[in-house]
Design a protein around this ligand. Sequence first.
Ligand code: DX5
Ligand code: ZN
Length: 219
Amino acid sequence: MKNKKIIAAPSILSSDFSRIREELQLIQSSGAEWVHLDVMDGCFVPNITFGPKFIKDIRSCSNLFFDTHLMVDNPEKYISDFADAGSDAITIHYEAAVHLHRAVQHIHETGKLAGVSVVPSTPVELLEDLLSELDIVLVMTVNPGFGGQSLIPFCIEKVRKLKAMCQRINPDCRIAVDGGVNTSTIIPLKEAGIDIAVAGSAFFSAASPKAFISEICRA
Ligand code: DX5
Ligand code: ZN
């Protein structure tokens, strides 16, 4: 197992949006440094959440690192909007952008960290040529669209393969996982080599969010 601390990124998808200021404060007081912002368009995924206006508004009440996950078709059209709204990292989907290299360059031009995500059925090997230019690869461990699903076990093997690719091509690239992360599934994910763990329902249903974060982050 790695002896490196994991970055925890609670996802507000499972929070109460009517109390978003308090929910962001809860994330901050839990010890997490990142917040994961799931943007869904009802096309790329069968659910709709929020857009750049919402992110811009909550930017004024939080100093957390804003980790924006765009589950939208044609994400290249919205990169500037989400950068201007105050995102610190922008992750787009391999499956949603034909000209992925150009889109990653665009994210870097805005000064933000650039991530690419793959859904469970997309092999991580398809990212090999682009890997040297990525800051984050987000391995979806559920089919995206909803919180509260169970982790799909074969995705852990994808993390192992990606870890080996990163060691060979880009050791600075961070590996993130998203979907079904809890205090049990985090154990094999850490062994497989993750750097960032996104957690929605497990964080917001934890009896002690602080204890949950320290367990997720513990090396
Ligand atoms: C799912 C989203 C996730 C979601 C994870 O499509 O990308 O970030 O919030 O939720 P949990 O942790 O409940 O599986
Ligand atoms: Zn997400």
